[in-house]
Design a protein. Sequence first.
Length: 149
Amino acid sequence: MKNGKPIIAIVNDDKDICSLLVDIFRMKSIRVCFVAHDSQETLSKLESAGPKPDIIMLGFGFLYYSGLDLAKKILAVQPSVKIIFMGFDMDLMEDAYEAGVSLLLVMPVRMSIIIGAIDIVYNNMGKYKYDDNHFRNWKSNTTHFTTCA
């Protein structure tokens, strides 16, 4: 953590999404410690990163591992990191949370939603999913945070 804001790593095989996220975080003065585009690069950069990320924005699928498998490997290396899983498939929500993911964002999402997700995860507010303009507790489906459409 630097200046009360989390340090972020971005892991996605889509370089355009990575670039967009870097720009969003730069505008919000949120430090990005590394960007990686595949699972092997992610694990290598995670090991050598200094400082370590507080949160990893993790994409869905990669060349060597699925996003879920990579989440498990990341948490084995750095158990304290929070993972925000970004994907297009809500069907994997239960598996994602069982793998240790802190929050699931179903793409596409607006910048304000990404920043809200970081705030929820960084402040240990529980495990949530985002859908229909609401952050909902993933087990009870109770709406806790509502965003503007």
